[in-house]
Ligand binder design. Sequence first.
Ligand code: ASP
Length: 600
Amino acid sequence: MPIPYNRRTHKNGELRKEHSGQEVILVGWAQNYRDLGGMAFIDIRDYTGITQVKFNPQTDPQAHKLAGTIRREDVIAVRGNVSQRGDNINPKLATGEIEVDGHELEILSKADTPPFEVDDENEAGEDARLKYRVVDLRRPKMQKVLRLRHRLAKAARDYFDSAGFIEIETPVLGKSTPEGARDYLVPSRVYPGKFFALPQSPQLYKQLFMMAGFDRYCQIVRCFRDEDLRADRQPEFTQVDLEMAFVQVDDVLDVVEGATQKMFAEGIGVEVKRPFPRMSYREAMDRFGIDRPDLRFGLEITDISALAAKTDFSVFRDALAGGGVVRCIVVPGGGELTRKVTDGLTDELKGIGGGGLPLTKVIAGAGGAAELSTGVAKFLQAHCAELLAATGAKVGDAIFFMPGKLADVCKYLHHVRTRLGEILNLIPENEWNLLWVVDFPMFDYDEAEKRYVSLHHPFTAPRDEDVHMLDTDPGKVLAKAYDLTLNGIEMAGGSIRIHRREIQAKVFRLLGISDDEAQEKFQFLMDALRFGAPPHGGIAMGFDRWVMMLAQCPSLRDVIAFPKTQRAVCPLTGAPGEVSPAQLAELGIDLRPEVKARQK
Ligand code: ASP
């Protein structure tokens, strides 16, 4: 009689010694098969765990015989009785105190030899994992991560629902508008030569919801950015996107803190304290060289431009003469750093466009007084006392200097700081450092294009006290923009938006978007701003990153069921793929000869 697989009594991670004697039906995948002393053993697995099933040739010859044919990943059903293992307890298994004496066995589906074992200990290479994702996803680790993903999404949804937000869907087929990255385009068959763009974010739609009176919107939404291939980016990614009307910065931050607290608690059982600390963009850049500082360790940056101006060191003086700065990082105990480490850092900096990494070490001199040794010591010896006073460096420490343009100095010292944190093991694990970075500049000046570009996006509002500088000194205007960071990773970013038409028009002009272009691209926004727009603001949380961080996974690809590779392809389905000439013809698209040639 077939085993009723739709009537399993337990899942494979559930049985304990209290169940001894009970008759059970289990279903799942065969993890392995062993023959020990004439007995057949099969470990049966599902997403909850593994149960050992034993088949006795004396009492159940038929089932025992069939068990001998079982191969890894066969799908099976078992009927049997739970028994205690006695002395053979397996402490590594949650079900390790029991086993099931199998009386009936049925193979529901045979499996070919899998490309790799379903086992967390021996992880296969990523190419194989993504190609045979079905097998990879069976691993306990992947099961755990995608279930955490579900819990985090649910926690966010529940939180926002209880806070009065409603979920409204926004279109996926939209219009190409500039938001930093390249759009994914979808050709229109009905209007050959015209294209839809997939949304980089539902930014303008959510603003329109506020103008339409919905007050609080939240959506867990897929977004698309056709960016140049970068280490850990996905062309499609998920945001927890929200927008609120009649709010100021504090109101948005407060709501996100509430959601964060719930996601941490319900996702991983960690309690995070509120309010989260805040730091201005300027302070973050000055102390850590980055707008998303990892505050779990020190190695802060000190500006020594004034002191550097007094030295005879041409590298310092040239940097200052060019309008730059000289900053440094003191590494406590850094006197011990080997040439291999410091040369390695210099090479890394060269790899990201940097020059050298001047350094010196503080040692105890003849009379016991601190003096500088090695590296650029000779240029700074005369100013040793002042340098130590300014930086707090002590005997035994090393000081790394970076002269140059402010932005470069920040970038390189951030790199040095992060790498030293890793090399010296200064970064504690299992610490959750949440930090708001606020008061971002509105604009960056693009030297190449000779125009301002938005630091966040063109719809971000200037601080009220800075609005007057839009006309006189736009570079100085700070925005009502904020980012939430976790351990040095940007987790969410948003802003209060412009809700006055004339300010939006002014900002477009500053960004080099002409009135005509604004009319063509953003007419719907400008219209909506005309008919009564409430003050509003919002934020988007990078949901894949949330899962990655809370699951403590090294890559975004580990927290997405079917991710694209770093080369933006899907190894599972082979997407993107070619389409037939007929499909192209319908769209009015002809491939360029060199592209056609490549296809052959
Ligand atoms: N739309 C923005 C983004 O995707 C977030 C926001 O301003 O709400 O980065």
